[in-house]
Design a protein around this ligand. Structure first.
Ligand code: SF4
Length: 312
């Protein structure tokens, strides 16, 4: 970093959301109550540090329920699971704790309710993301995935009188709005959610990056490559014309990214711990930053209750 680098600008809010806090606490409480090992289907949240930390405490992460021994305690990740996975877990008699974010469960409930009324669905989301697999897996069929505006013309619902749209919770707010507009142009009568499915944490972190991007020369996002909402933050800054980089930890920060930059914006995806943000701040200070300024931002007070059986 060159001498003109002066300031780190910290986005507010950033980092852990209520769904991630709850999911990690579920694994930690299950470990405390039942002892290791606790099996977790898929990364509990998409963050390398969090997963390694829980592995060290006795969590075993698996993708296939065949790898879980009889009688084990199993936690579903924050992204949610399909009905098939739920049914298999119950059939095998595991003690299950569901760490699906309640905001994802809300989408599952809506899909199940409308499906009983004969609806088919358009889902806006990223193919292969576990949340999308979980939501699409609430039904045996009748959910048509669109990833971009081009997909909207390609899908072929069996009927259009009873059609509803749902979205992944961690999308780019702007991209989702564009795709939603295309969906409405093709299916003017489509039923939309009363409240958007994109969650408050995704919205707030993207709003903060929009404000921050006007004030900085480069944006650094703390988040793992698998984290959808972290990727969207880096992408958003780039779309706004600001160079941006994602780092999983402070060691990944490259000094040349900061060369000639006087203000470095720093944020973190909803699954990235504040501890890592602190380490990145220390690293940027080592490289020459002299001050840290916290932006004003929305204060998040939302908390989700723990499942029965894990409450204190
Ligand atoms: Fe829930 Fe949103 Fe956090 Fe995902 S990012 S866990 S949907 S609050």
């Amino acid at each position: 970093m060159t001498p003109q680098t002066k300031e780190i600008v910290l986005a507010e809010p950033r980092g852990f959301c209520a769904g991630v806090d709850r999911a990690i606490e579920i694994v930690e409480r299950a470990l405390a109550k039942f002892g290791a090992p606790i099996y977790v289907r898929h990364e509990i949240v998409h963050n390398t540090y969090v997963v390694n930390d829980l592995k060290a405490k006795g969590a075993i992460f698996i993708e296939d329920l065949a790898d879980v021994p009889p009688g084990a305690t199993l936690v579903f990740s924050a992204h949610g699971v399909s009905k098939a996975v739920q049914n298999e877990a119950h059939a095998r008699g595991f003690e299950v704790f569901d760490a699906t974010c309640p905001l994802v469960t809300k989408v599952h409930i809506e899909v199940a309710k409308l499906a009983r009324e004969g609806y088919e669905f358009v889902m806006i989301g990223h193919k292969g993301h576990p949340e999308v697999e979980g939501t699409m897996g609430q039904l045996d069929g009748g959910i048509h995935l669109v990833e971009d505006v081009g997909d909207v013309a390609r899908i072929q619902p069996a009927q259009t009188e009873r059609l509803a749209v749902v979205t992944q919770t961690t999308l780019s707010v702007d991209d989702a709005a564009e795709i939603m507009a295309a969906v409405r142009r093709r299916f003017p009568d489509i039923r939309q959610p009363k409240q958007q499915d994109i969650c408050y944490a995704t919205q707030n972190r993207q709003d903060a990056v929009k404000v921050m991007s006007r004030q900085v020369d480069v944006v650094v996002v703390v988040g793992s490559p698998t984290s959808s909402n972290s990727n969207r933050l880096a992408e958003l800054a780039r779309k706004l014309g600001v160079e941006s980089h994602m780092v999983d930890n402070a060691g990944e920060l490259r000094p040349e990214w900061l060369e000639g930059k006087s203000r470095v914006g720093l944020t973190a995806g909803a699954s990235a711990p504040e501890l890592l943000v602190g380490q990145v701040i220390d690293r940027i200070r080592e490289l020459g930053a002299v001050s840290v300024r916290r932006m004003d931002g929305v204060e998040e007070t939302i908390r989700f209750p723990l499942p029965k059986g894990l409450k204190l």
